[in-house]
Design a protein around this ligand. Structure first.
Ligand code: BGC
Length: 704
């Protein structure tokens, strides 16, 4: 660092154009002193390789629905190997924002409405990515909980809600997994843009959590030069204007980049370079001390060194890697299976081997890889529900039923993709959808499987929670016509199911990625237990969710009021005593489980609760034992129950095992503005169950 000129230092603090056009973000090399370039590429559902392909894993919400953080670790490691195969050093993943608003267009890229579950997955994913010498990036720090007005909106949020709900996943990524990079959110928090937020960047993230990697802005999400530099932003991304990057954007030839106008759903990409010239001016005028710049350069270089990207022998991390290997394909399939949630089953599943199946659904002949935006991945191979069922079923007739659902993408605004293949699939004029044909197929079959989906993308939220197009009508009509009806949901979050009482079974497969078809067939036929549990609540009505009031979502006058405080997701349904359609943690298995009596052991401040679980069904199955904590006499309003631990057990028929969950003191604490984390003296109840609403046992502990 001592030998770098100020110009060279500044070059390390903002992105530039990648001469190879291989990355989404590029920090240029300084060959004179042997510093190689740093290449960044998107996740979190696979590598969004510019112009190339990669394994398309299920969406993060599906991953979280496995309640199996080991799979997050494995997926992280696999994505990192694929990033390396593409010559990339930094993965812009995982996304760890808490699901606050059911309408949010980006919920599929996040884990859960619960901070504990999110934190377990964030830490595991980061560990996996970094185990393969690729820098992980937790994003978007913090309170980026909606896409509407994301570049301007300010989250008016209490310190308590930040600490208890929105920060834990970031904290776990730093404190437990030593994450190398953090990306700031586009939005503001309590009036200050996140790139300029000194209390949250410098005081909380760096000083308090001890983050020693570098903080980068979201793309074109740096608000200022001096403010951001002083607040703790280290690297401005992508650092170049749209014009400078236009080749990478692959614009149609006749379009002049300077003429492109960006809709409100995109940042002003004609701006850039705030950490270049303007920062040098600020140093020269004394507005920013050069030592501040040195601190940032040190963070970038130390992170590169830690990941083996510096030094005489370094090839800039361009070694090896693995792409689309059998183990990555199998992992994509396994996560899809384990993330599938059996919401309802009245005897229709598993399907009979000999059953004649009518497969109905407007988009069932294309794999549901993901939602739109920076997480789009182009796989080498993919299987759709039609492929999967044709392979597995004794007999299968496919009918679209109603016109195809158009899939939106953030990139539609460019008129061309940003390297990834757009999933947009416009309504075909010559669509072969016929409701009559679908009903005829349903009536003739032993079982109808109806595949329906939503349409979500980064940069937009859903207008309502209904399934788009004529899909609700389709499900009701098929349910009327068929003997048995199984509905397969492909959604990024909760949707309304007005026909839920008319159908025999409902599966939620989220966006299941490239192996969707095989995974779906395996679950439908009982080759595999649907291992998933809901990482978020399905309400009965749109008004039942905590953010139903317009000031809470989408907000007004560029402000959104987080006045529900810590009562996010099931915490709100519980406090308001609203019965959800399907509660947080819910998911059925093809097996049945009997819980024995729980026992508690104390070791200082640690409490371990152990419960025996027996599979009393006739198939092997996976059970997720969940432990919720309730403060019986809280000095401040607290959620009636909060998830603080869980353990997965796999049991053969008749088998019995003990599941153990250990809670430390933090599991009982709430956050007080003045005193910090507080554990109140008194009684706590530990609720042991298979969802937030299906509690099988309770034990009481006293804490002093
Ligand atoms: C997204 C980030 C992403 C970045 C680079 C932004 O639009 O918010 O999550 O990493 O683009 O593609």
């Amino acid at each position: 660092m001592a030998s770098l000129s100020l110009d060279e230092k500044l070059r390390l603090l903002h992105g530039a154009t990648d001469p190879d056009d291989s990355s989404v973000g590029y920090v240029p090399p300084i060959p004179r002193v042997g510093i190689p370039a740093l290449r960044m590429v998107d996740g979190p559902m696979g590598v969004r390789a510019v112009g190339g392909s990669a394994t398309a894993f299920p969406a993060s919400v599906a991953l979280a629905a496995t309640w199996n953080p080991r799979l997050a670790r494995e997926q992280g490691a696999s994505m990192a190997r694929e990033a390396r195969a593409h010559g990339q050093n930094v993965l812009l993943a995982p996304g760890t924002n808490v699901v606050r608003v059911p309408h949010c267009g980006r919920n599929f890229e996040y884990y859960s409405e619960d901070p504990h579950l999110s934190a377990r997955f964030a830490a595991a994913s980061v560990r996996g990515i970094q185990s393969e010498d690729v820098v992980a990036t937790v994003k978007h720090y913090v309170a980026n909980n909606q896409e509407t007005n994301r570049y301007r909106v300010s989250a008016a949020v209490s310190e308590r809600a930040l600490r208890e709900i929105y920060l834990p996943a970031f904290r776990a990524a730093v404190e437990e997994a030593d994450v190398g990079a953090v990306m700031t959110a586009y939005n503001r928090v309590n009036g200050t843009h996140m790139s300029d937020h000194r209390p949250l960047l410098r005081d909380v993230l760096k000083d308090e959590f001890g983050f020693d990697g570098f903080v980068m802005s979201d793309w074109w999400g740096t608000e200022s030069s001096v403010g951001a530099a002083r607040a703790g932003l280290d690297v401005e991304m992508p650092g170049v204007t749209f014009e400078e990057r236009a080749t990478a954007e692959r614009l149609p030839e006749d379009v002049d980049p300077a003429d492109v106008e960006f809709p409100e759903t995109l940042p002003d990409m004609h701006e850039g370079g705030l950490f270049g010239e303007p920062l040098r001016d600020a140093i020269e005028s004394g507005a920013v001390d050069e030592s501040v710049v040195d601190g940032k350069v040190r963070r970038v270089l130390e992170t590169m060194a830690r990941f083996g990207l510096l030094g005489a022998d370094s090839d800039g991390g361009r070694r090896g890697g693995e792409l689309d290997t059998p183990r990555h394909r199998q992992l994509a399939r396994r996560i899809a299976v384990e993330g599938t949630v059996l919401l309802k089953n009245e005897g229709a599943l598993p399907l009979d081997e000999a059953a004649a199946v009518a497969l109905v659904g407007p988009n069932a002949d294309a794999a549901k890889l993901g939602g739109g935006g920076s997480s789009e991945v182009t796989p080498v191979a993919r299987t759709s529900p039609v492929d999967g069922l044709r392979e597995r079923a004794a007999e299968c007739r496919f009918e679209r039923g109603v016109p195809r659902i158009t899939e939106s993408s953030l990139f539609d605004a460019f008129g061309a993709g940003d390297g990834g293949e757009s999933t947009a699939d416009a309504d075909d004029a010559d669509d072969d959808a016929s409701l009559d044909a679908a009903l005829e197929a349903a009536a003739e079959a032993d079982c109808a499987v109806v595949v329906v989906q939503d349409d979500t993308t980064e940069s937009e939220d859903r207008d309502d929670l209904r399934l788009p197009g004529r899909q609700d009508e389709l499900v009701s009509a098929v349910a009327d016509a068929a003997d048995r009806t199984v509905v397969v949901l492909r959604t990024g979050g909760p949707v309304q199911l007005p026909w839920v009482d008319e159908v025999d079974a409902v599966l939620e497969t989220w966006y299941a990625g490239q192996a969707e078809g095989e995974a779906l067939a395996a679950v439908l036929y009982g080759d595999a237990d649907p291992g998933g549990r809901l990482p978020l609540t399905f309400g009965r009505r749109a008004d039942d969710y905590p953010t139903a009031a317009p000031e809470r979502f989408p907000g007004a006058n560029d402000e959104v009021d987080y006045s529900e405080g810590v009562f996010v997701g099931y915490r709100y349904f519980d406090r308001e005593d609203i019965a959800p359609l399907f509660p947080f943690g819910h998911g059925r298995s093809y097996a049945s489980f009997e819980y024995g009596e729980s026992s508690v052991e104390r070791d200082g401040d640690e409490v371990t609760v152990t419960v025996p679980v027996r599979n009393v069904g006739n198939r092997p199955g996976k059970e997720v034992v969940q432990v919720y904590v309730r403060d019986e006499d809280p000095p401040v309003p607290r959620p009636p129950r909060e998830l603080k631990g869980f353990e997965t057990v796999r049991l053969d028929p008749g088998e019995r095992r003990r599941a153990s969950v250990t809670l430390d003191r933090d599991a009982f604490a709430y956050y007080d503005q003045d005193e910090g984390w507080v554990v109140s003296e008194g009684r706590f109840t530990l609720l042991v169950g298979r969802s937030a609403r299906e509690i099988r046992d309770r034990v009481s502990v006293a804490l002093g």
